[in-house]
Design a protein around this ligand. Structure first.
Ligand SMILES: C[S@@+](CC[C@H](N)C(=O)[O-])C[C@H]1O[C@@H](n2cnc3c(N)ncnc32)[C@H](O)[C@@H]1O
Ligand SMILES: [Zn+2]
Length: 996
């Protein structure tokens, strides 16, 4: 419910979550024109979700239910990438559509006098402002980080400002700017090629090297060997079936030369007489290929720190008409590298520190060892220039000098300083794309479909790479300058067509916004989240080079040696920023947000974490800042099973929190009354969420908004003793309401009688309810995208197979590995780790004790994160598992059920029948209902579900109390090894299971 109930926006009432999630996930594989191809920014939000959220935050919810439904469908289509630019051409594949025009018209109707003013105070890579502009808003982008600021200028200002600049390149939006970027990019390339092109020798036919593969080396500790030992994880070059290549490492005894011979292409792995998956390293250690002496981690680290880590070229990737080819290194290629080394040395010696110029290769210090996400300092890579080998350093210094030099020439030609600056900025971003592929922190991707150089930031970190590829920047097929330029101009084309009006882009700290009170109609933003991404440290990788390419054009923005750290909102012990500091700074940014927001304004905060326990601080901070949470929508914005998401419940989702300015209109609330009101408020919404297909953790999250809205109307809420009810207690109430609701829905489906939920639950103990609720919460949703139908029988929407991407198209923001890993990851272990705080909250909501669940009942294990234990694990850990207690009372139903499950899967049907006969018929009925509830809750393919179905539907579970199995009882065979083992547990324990 909105705090201004007569002005309810769509986002405060409902959202087409499934569709938005689908579009958001799909967007990750779209490259052409997507802003992520202009420049990497970490943790970018998908445009689909941003667009939908901005639109729904500005447009009122239609009163008429039919209109409201139509609007939901409209938003679902609006979020589609394919609809992000209107199409008036009847000949195009999708035909005419104008969702954007329509969206603007809806917004105009809501804001008839002027376009709504929208601010994103943490705009990073610019996704939110881009979408606000697209929808016709007066858009303001703000961020502390200078690299983000320059990306935003190139995304939100230059393409739109110069979209219709007259010129000789045509009339399409952006044509002149694109033409000039291309022309000057070629100018830079030609000059660089002239100077350093010969350092990448072509072969006799004129073909080019795409990349060289390198291995780092440290010397063998055995004194009579002492060879440079290569550190190689594996020697695969290409793994495409039918076209496999790898190199073989050979040596002939201590002190001998090591040879690297490329073999392939061959049809299959068995055609190699060696195993390419075995290199010379294992973890942090290695083995000398000449003498077999092991190299300890300490040895490697100390050699590296002493500056004695070198590298060796081991293979060459070659361009051919049929794609990439691989071959062994030729002498002239080693010589060319030696030549580059010599020339770098000359360049460095000719540098005059008194010239006022920066050194040609960055020597700025990297953040200290131990900084989040940085793994390289330990190996002696302690300044930013050391992330490039000598040839890379020389060649990049050359390119950067020509990018800088281009500006004077462009200005002379176009006689417009600002425009020349824009063109130069795109050259600098082309250069940034190049360095992201030309560093010793790159990795070689050899997937089942293609090979390419992964850029440095495939993860939000700078990893230490032992065997790295070195791209030839002059190659036209992969990772070179020309490819980089193409990505840049594709975005310009797209950006120019997005909006007519550029955004207002400024740099500063969100804790002190340069806007007057009540200036904005909406603030839509995605703030930093604790220690998730070390933005300023990571962005220094680019920053130090931007100073060298366009530093003169941005004397203030690029004035400091490194990106500013002090005002950055982050949690980072290496910078003396604690969790509390983070929360304090974020709190003051929220206070500023509230200040610049109109009284009737709306604010949407994207929150990256699913852990329910982490909400307390956020909600409290918003309330303190004078905002209230009004709605909370979970979007799955990632593709299923991406790198980090696999075993974590905090996967894949962004929560969009809808906030309004807090209006306290209800004085002091009495806890009991407020709670009742909140429950009623939340229950009403839960019906809606349930009908919309929300399940699991998303369900809890969606309830937080409506509950907080009701709570924050009060000046304060107090119990009968006058103690103030905190946000933490509020969240407990929410959890309890949601748990009750979910369990009664789950159990009501196990009986014919509707409304029987309460009765059914009465005989189900807390531990069992906890187990069922856990499985429902964390294991219900099979695929990240799309909700499952009720009881798992409804319309299950799975992420479709990824479209096969042409190579260049994966080379954007994300790593190719992630994209290729999708199908394999689908079978990922689903044992999810859940933060202890969340488990605690769930237990409390059900009146169970978390410590007993861990220690006594062995349902969970773990400390800061907890895991659910399987039936077999539990049987192994608990003595007299599933037995009646000494006082004759029944053990938790889940123990009984788990024991039945194990007996069943071990084919011990007689024992199972005997065991069941110990329970009275109402107990067996309860057991049946729990089994049915779990079957309903668990996804198809879940092993426990299969076993329970076998057990329940065979008839054994329903046999009479005399222990006679029903005639239909058959024992399910061959469910697999796991059950064989668990059967053994039961069998071994059988003697101890004596009959009473
Ligand atoms: C989660 S990111 C935003 C990402 C963005 N929504 C996108 O799609 O690219 C958070 C941003 O907050 C910025 N930031 C950190 N501290 C800040 C501060 N004090 N003021 C303004 N921005 C800050 C970071 O530089 C980072 O770009
Ligand atoms: Zn050796």
């Amino acid at each position: 419910m909105s705090s201004n109930s007569n002005d309810r926006r769509i986002i405060e009432v409902e959202m087409p979550l499934t569709k938005i999630s689908e579009h958001s996930a799909r967007e990750k594989s779209i490259r052409h024109g997507h802003l992520s191809t202009l420049h990497i920014w970490w943790a970018r939000r998908p445009l689909a979700a941003c667009r939908a959220a901005i639109f729904a935050a500005l447009v009122p919810q239609p009163e008429d239910p039919k209109e409201a439904k139509k609007m939901q469908n409209f938003i679902a289509s609006l979020a589609d990438w394919d609809n992000s630019i209107d199409n008036n051409s009847p000949t195009s594949a999708k035909g005419i559509h104008h969702y954007i025009k329509d969206a603007r018209a809806y917004i105009k109707k809501a804001f008839p006098d002027r376009a709504p003013r929208v601010l994103d105070p943490f705009s990073g890579g610019g996704a939110i402002p881009l979408e606000a502009m697209r929808l016709g808003c007066e858009t303001y982008a703000f961020d502390l980080n200078p690299v983000a600021h320059i990306i935003q200028l190139a995304t939100l200002v230059y393409p739109q400002k110069y979209a219709h600049r007259p010129g000789t390149h045509g009339d399409k939006p952006g044509a002149t700017l694109i033409g000039d970027v291309q022309r000057w990019s070629a100018w830079v390339l030609d000059r660089a090629r002239e100077e350093v092109g010969n350092l990448y020798p072509r072969d006799d036919s004129g073909a080019n090297a795409v990349a060289y593969l390198w291995a780092r080396t440290v010397s063998c500790p055995r004194p009579d060997c002492a060879v440079p030992v290569p550190l190689i994880r594996q020697t695969w070059l290409a793994r495409k079936p039918g076209r496999m290549s790898a190199y073989k490492i050979e040596a002939s005894g201590p002190g001998s030369d090591i040879r690297y011979t490329v073999i392939g292409p061959v049809k299959s792995a068995s055609d190699f007489d060696f195993d390419p998956s075995v290199g010379s390293t294992r973890g942090g250690t290695a083995v000398c290929p000449c003498c077999g002496t092991p190299l300890s981690e300490n040895h490697i680290v100390s050699e590296a720190q002493a500056g004695r880590m070198n590298d060796q070229m081991v293979a060459v990737v070659w361009e051919s008409e049929n794609g990439k080819l691989y071959r062994s290194v030729r002498p002239e290629e080693r010589n060319a590298f030696q030549e580059a080394k010599k020339r770098l040395q000359q360049l460095e010696e000719s540098y005059d520190p008194l010239s006022g110029e920066l050194p040609p290769v960055p020597d700025e210090q990297m953040p200290p060892q131990g900084t989040l996400g940085f793994r390289v300092q330990r190996y002696g890579i302690d300044n930013w220039g050391k992330l490039f080998n000598p040839r890379q350093a020389l060649v990049l210094a050359t390119f950067s000098r020509w990018v800088r030099a281009a500006n004077a020439e462009i200005t002379r030609e176009v006689a417009d300083v600002e425009y020349a600056k824009a063109v130069s900025t795109y050259l600098a971003l082309t250069f940034d794309r190049l360095i992201n592929r030309c560093s010793v922190a790159c990795t070689w991707h050899n997937g089942a479909k293609y090979e390419l150089v992964n850029h440095v930031f495939a993860r939000q970190a700078i990893p230490m790479v032992w065997d790295y590829p070195e791209v030839n920047p002059f190659n036209a097929s992969s990772g070179g300058w020309e490819g980089a330029e193409e990505w840049i101009t594709r975005y310009i084309e797209y950006g120019a067509a997005t909006a007519k009006q550029p955004a207002d882009v400024r740099r500063g700290s969100a804790t002190k916004l340069p806007f007057e009170d009540g200036f904005f109609d909406a603030v839509i933003t995605d703030p930093p989240y604790y220690d998730n991404v070390p933005y300023s440290d990571l962005s220094d990788f680019f920053y130090v080079w931007l100073r060298r390419t366009v530093g003169d054009l941005y004397p203030t923005v690029l004035g400091t040696p490194l990106t500013p750290k002090e005002q950055e909102i982050t949690q980072d012990p290496s910078k003396n920023k604690s969790k509390a500091d983070f929360e304090r700074m974020l709190g003051s940014a929220f206070a500023e947000t509230a200040r610049v927001l109109r009284e009737d304004g709306i604010c949407v905060v994207v929150y990256a974490h699913k852990a329910i326990s982490a909400w307390e601080t956020l909600v409290a901070a918003l309330l303190n800042a004078g905002l209230t949470v009004d709605g909370s929508w979970p979007f799955s914005t990632e593709m299923a099973n991406r790198l980090r998401g696999q075993n974590s419940a905090a996967l894949a989702s962004s929560i969009f929190l809808v906030c309004r300015k807090r209006k306290v209109d209800a004085g002091i609330g009495i806890a009991g009354d407020v709670r009742t009101a909140i429950e009623a408020n939340v229950r009403e919404r839960l019906d809606q969420f349930w009908a919309a297909g929300l399940r699991g953790a998303d369900f809890f999250i969606s309830a937080i908004g409506p509950a907080t809205a009701a709570f924050s109307r009060y000046d304060s809420v107090r119990d009968l003793r006058g103690n103030e009810i905190t946000v933490s207690t509020l969240l407990e109430w929410v959890q309890q309401t949601v748990a009750d609701y979910a369990l009664s829905r789950v159990f009501s489906s196990t009986t014919q009688e509707q409304g029987d939920a309460g009765k059914g639950l009465g005989i189900v103990d807390d531990e069992t309810r906890f187990y069922v609720l856990w499985r429902w919460t964390y294991d219900h949703v099979v695929s990240v995208v799309g909700a499952t139908g009720e009881n798992g029988n409804g319309s299950k929407k799975k992420t479709g197979p990824l479209p096969q991407l042409p190579e260049a198209e994966v080379a954007g923001d994300d790593d190719a590995e992630g994209a290729e890993a999708v199908s394999a990851g689908a079978k990922a272990d689903k044992k999810k780790k859940i933060p202890f705080g969340d488990a605690h909250l769930m237990a409390t909501a059900l009146g169970a004790d978390i410590n007993s669940l861990i220690h006594r009942f062995q349902i969970l294990e773990g400390k800061s994160d907890v895991l659910l234990l399987s039936a077999a694990d539990r049987a192994e850990r608990i003595a007299d598992f599933g037995e009646r207690r000494a006082d004759g009372s029944r053990p938790p139903l889940i123990d009984v059920l788990h024991r039945c499950e194990l007996l069943w899967s071990a084919n011990m049907s007689d024992e199972l029948a005997d065991y069941l006969s110990e329970f009275a018929s109402d107990e067996r009925e309860a057991l049946r209902r729990v089994a049915q509830a779990l079957i309903d809750v668990l996804p198809r393919g879940d092993l426990e579900k299969q076993r329970l179905e076998g057990f329940l539907y065979s008839g054994v579970a329903q046999q009479g109390s005399d222990g006679t199995p029903r005639p239909g009882a058959t024992v399910q065979q061959g469910l697999g090894d796991e059950f064989g083992t668990s059967g053994k547990v039961i069998r071994d324990k059988r003697k101890g299971y004596g009959r009473r």
